[in-house]
Design a binder for this molecule. Structure first.
Ligand code: 13P
Ligand code: ZN
Length: 271
């Protein structure tokens, strides 16, 4: 058996949580990450026949039956993940009927998976239907993105258009735009279902005055999407109070899209 703490997926989770904390996105227990694991990589470092605990999930995830996820724990601080992965993280397998998480490793102090597991697993279900190589759901509280949701209209077209128009690279990184939910109570099945519905057409979903979700095939992809939104939001928060003299026009965004061969949400521009 290999040392699970040295597994690539574990090191990547620890490094990512530390990096996100360093960026100031994950105060206290803010944020959560789930990673769909390769069962062979898990079997290299864990006895997958040994279930430590069975934790009810209060929602059904039957399409994920048998799938194994590395998930941050509820109430756990991103700043502590690297120093104590076994307390702050868990490896769970979705039971055959999709109703229970079988704990294979972690949550060593008797803890459990993030309160946002509904949004994570429901988003995994949707994204796996769209992209069989999908792996990551990431939720975090990036400062400027949250600030922007206080002062910018929350419709998806204008929010996306402002981000695209703020930095040239934005439309290249997220040509599918940004989904925006109304403010909702977090940690519920309802916000999970609403987030997953947005994930049918977006890889980024904003929860106003709360945070953002990003998904991807890799940690870099999910992180890179969120990082790019946050960079644009930071710029927006620096210029929003000033008269804007220059902006990227809709025609220029369309030129960019053509130059990069992008399929983008053309209905978000007025061409
Ligand atoms: P958890 O500690 O349950 O992961 O919750 C943190 C959070 O960001 C809620 O949205
Ligand atoms: Zn949150």
């Amino acid at each position: 058996m290999n040392d699970i703490l040295q597994a690539k997926f574990m090191r990547e989770m620890c490094d990512t949580a530390a990096n996100m904390y360093r960026l100031g996105w994950d105060e206290r227990n803010g944020g959560n990450i789930s990673v769909l694991l390769d069962p062979n990589e898990v079997a290299d470092c864990l006895d997958t026949d040994r279930v430590l605990r069975r934790i009810p999930m209060n929602f059904h995830a039957a399409p994920l039956a048998g799938k194994i996820f590395l998930v941050t724990g509820t109430g756990k601080y991103f700043k502590n993940v690297r120093n104590d992965p076994e307390t702050n993280l868990g490896i769970i397998r979705v039971s055959d009927d999709g109703s229970t998480a079988e704990l294979l490793w972690g949550y060593a102090d008797g803890g459990r998976f993030t309160s946002e597991l509904p949004a994570h697993l429901m988003s995994h279900m949707v994204r796996l239907r769209i992209d069989p190589e999908h792996r990551i759901v990431m939720h975090t509280h990036p400062t400027n993105t949250l600030a922007m949701t206080h002062i910018h209209p929350l419709d998806e077209k204008s929010f996306t258009r402002t981000l695209w128009g703020t930095c040239t690279e934005c439309i290249v990184v997220f040509p599918d735009g940004v989904g925006v939910l109304p403010w909702m109570v977090c940690g519920t099945n309802e916000i999970g279902e609403a987030t997953a519905r947005k994930m049918e057409t977006y890889r980024l979903v904003i929860w106003p005055q709360h945070g953002i979700y990003g998904v991807g095939r890799s940690m870099d992809e999910a992180f890179g999407l969120i990082e790019t939104v946050e960079k644009a939001a930071e710029l927006y928060m620096k210029y929003a109070a000033f008269p804007v003299l220059n902006r990227i026009t809709d025609a220029q965004l369309d030129d960019l899209a053509h130059a990069f061969g992008l399929t983008y949400r053309t209905d978000f521009l007025d061409l």
